[in-house]
Design a protein around this ligand. Sequence first.
Ligand code: CTP
Length: 401
Amino acid sequence: KVGEVATEKGINAYVIGGFVRDLIIGRKNLDVDIVVEGDATELARAFAKKIMGKVHIFDKFKTATVTLSDGFKIDFASARTEIYRAPGALPEVDTAPLKKDLFRRDFTINTLAVKLNGREFGKLIDFFNGLKDIKEKKIRVLHALSFVEDPTRILRALRFAVRYRFNIGKHTEKLLKIAVRKNLFRTVEGKRVYLELKHIFEEDNPLRIVNRMEEYGILKAFSPRFIWNRKKRDFFERIRKIVNWHKLTFNKHKANYSILYFAAFLESLPADEVDRLLKDFSVPDDEANLIKNLIYRGRQLAVKLERESFSNSELYEILKREKEEMVLYVAARTTKEDLKHRLLEYLKEWRDLKLVITGNDLKEMGLKPGPLFKKILTELKHRVLDGKVDNEYDALEEEVK
Ligand code: CTP
């Protein structure tokens, strides 16, 4: 459809980058990037009108996003067209703007394009041997200054390598090592590094990526006091299991999974170093507070729950005001299997436990609404949680007596 609109308007449009890469590899990707040789906003508007989708225009950057109901998000951007066309040159063969646009990108596997309009609809455009590198399972930069231009690409290289089980090309690896040795991360805005770390922690297996970061000395570049040992790796592995469990079990309660990894990532650092990194990374206050809460209160909570044995209802009272992330974090933190199971049980069953009995039943028994209602119902809930109730009505009568 984008192609139809582009053809009508006589504009060259290409789907590029991650979407094409994942199409070839066979991985789901709902983010479509379209590069337009011309005004991207015009094409986006016309396309949105045609499919009756929602369009959001960013005038300043001449880009636009169209959101589709089935989860697809289509970004439109204009290729830089600073190259002057010779009068009479055929636009069909003038791919200079596209090529320039693709050359600015990180790795060859991200530079593939598919033409969407005109007679060449569906043609794969591969200026930089991206297809060959996908086949060879190689992450390669396009030029020697790639990591210098944007050091966050160091992290992206490791993320893609682990995600697709690709290797990093020899020359690229050399450049990567030099970039780390020169500690080029210092030259990037911390905010951007943080964003890349978050992407890492959103992947299926962050543990393997952090292992690679350690291998290349990146952790020490962040902080010389970084410790990455067996204990940390096990912690990451437990988080992964709990995150998978949570994803499978719920669709109602969403949780910020990447923050669990981020807190675990920072946990062994001294408090002043944690503060420094959160500040350097410009972590927004609400996230920084949650991370610190997970680290410090999470630790206290884990110690308390491991030390004493609480009844179900006591556990319920301790946890009921805690965030989803806190319960998950403590469940991942503890090595005590039974405690972990009870915490997950809390999330799955107890937290949302609904009594059969309601306030109406109490009214019918002739009780007056008021604070007593809540007290009776809470007490009943506790007794249900502790497995002391066979029949709620009998239990209620007993209690009211
Ligand atoms: N890009 C880049 N340098 C960066 C970040 C991004 O060159 N530091 C380029 C990449 O070529 C990428 C494109 O911008 O294909 C879009 O970036 P993004 O949406 O972050 O990447 P995807 O490749 O789609 O990765 P993911 O599958 O993780 O979303």
